[in-house]
Ligand binder design. Structure first.
Ligand code: F0G
Length: 351
């Protein structure tokens, strides 16, 4: 059957009228890849699967939520949408607004948006506004604009975003034939951990599937939930999760508690190591923030937290091509040869 996007696929689970015409770029239906090489590299006893959300149309999981939020905005006759973003939400909002014929405004922390994400927002035609502040400042301003004007907020404080994002859990359960025992993912504004948990719980209530333990990871310099207090000046190489005061903090705490899960810290060094490990063992290029799910898994494996009976899914939330600068830093540069056969052969060092 022709694939038509997450709204068509999971309409009965979404709070949209049955006849609503989806604003879609055919998001979702992303690969769930068994990562046996990675499992061996980590010395993990459990099965590991990677849900590669970088395969979505704008290169991140945000598209799942944006199709639902934008469809709802059109139903409500909105003329414009707005979001604060560390880059991916703005790329997705700009793309779906273009498809819907709506104006998009995006408010971004100056100098902290990966180059590909900025290019996306601009080329999709959003009005991009940079502020001398961080994501938390941007979201505060956007909330006020949402109160003062008719412009619709499409951050994950918009419940339709969470509704769309929960479909990733549905896909995982359908592909595996059941829920995994553990689900690992990066935590920034905490919308996605909220959405995954909602998805697992709702599917479980309807179909009797089990519930995974949720494993969340924050960057060491931006770990308000782990530390139990707002981080005023969050810092991390994983700019996507450079957030000090997550909007869905309470919901994340609830998901962690209800699932008997845990939230931990990963350093920038561990994040970048994991990003390269995923790429070099599995052939998947994810962005730094995404790699925190695997960096965190690596720490738990070393502590002996898993057995052969466990299945862990790690969400790789975004595509590495969005942030080539970070990926190329501290990496061996290309070899150089003169444009003659023997020079190239010499460098290849093969017979
Ligand atoms: N991974 C990536 C690649 C992200 O872009 C984000 C969030 C997260 C993980 C964390 O997800 O916020 O739901 O906990 N990016 C937002 C943005 C903040 O503006 O693009 P979360």
């Amino acid at each position: 059957m022709k694939y038509s996007g997450v709204i068509s696929r999971y309409r009965e689970y979404l709070p949209l009228p049955g006849d609503a015409e989806p604003i879609t770029l055919l998001e979702g239906n992303t690969p769930l890849i068994e990562a046996d090489n990675l499992r061996r590299a980590l010395g993990a006893p459990c099965k590991i699967f990677l849900k590669f959300e970088g395969a979505n149309p704008t290169g991140s999981f945000k598209d799942r939520g944006m199709t639902v939020a934008m469809t709802k905005a059109v139903l409500d006759r909105a003329e414009a949408v707005i979001c604060a973003s560390t880059g991916n939400t703005s790329a997705s909002a700009a793309a779906y607004a273009a498809k819907a014929g709506l104006n998009a405004f995006v408010v971004l922390p100056k100098g902290k948006i990966a180059v590909g994400k900025m290019a996306q927002a601009l080329i999709y035609g959003a009005k991009v506004i940079e502020i001398d502040g961080n994501f938390d400042d941007a979201l505060r301003i956007v909330r006020e604009i949402g109160e003062k004007t008719k412009v619709v907020i499409v951050n994950s404080i918009n419940p339709f975003r969470i509704e769309g994002q929960k479909t990733a859990s549905f896909e995982i359960i359908e592909t595996l034939g059941g829920a995994p025992t553990h689900h690992s993912l990066p935590v920034g504004n905490a919308g996605n951990i909220t959405a995954y948990w909602k998805g697992y719980v709702e599917w479980g209530a309807k179909h009797g599937t089990s519930l995974p333990k949720m494993l969340g990871f924050q960057a060491a310099g931006a770990a308000p939930i782990v530390r139990g207090k707002v981080v005023k000046h969050p810092e991390t190489v994983a700019t996507a999760i450079r957030i000090g005061n997550p909007a869905s903090w309470k919901q994340a705490d609830q998901a962690l508690e209800e699932s008997d899960g845990q939230i931990g810290i990963v350093t920038d060094k561990q994040i970048l190591f994991a990003q390269r490990l995923i790429a070099s063992t599995e052939g998947i290029f994810c962005e730094p923030a995404s790699a925190s799910s695997v960096a965190g898994l690596k720490k738990l494996v070393a502590k002996g937290c898993f057995t052969q009976k466990d299945t862990v899914v790690c969400t790789l939330t975004g595509n590495g091509l969005k942030d080539p600068d970070t990926a190329s830093r501290d990496i061996k540069p290309p070899l150089r040869a003169k444009p003659v056969l023997n020079d190239v052969l010499k460098l290849m060092n093969v017979k």
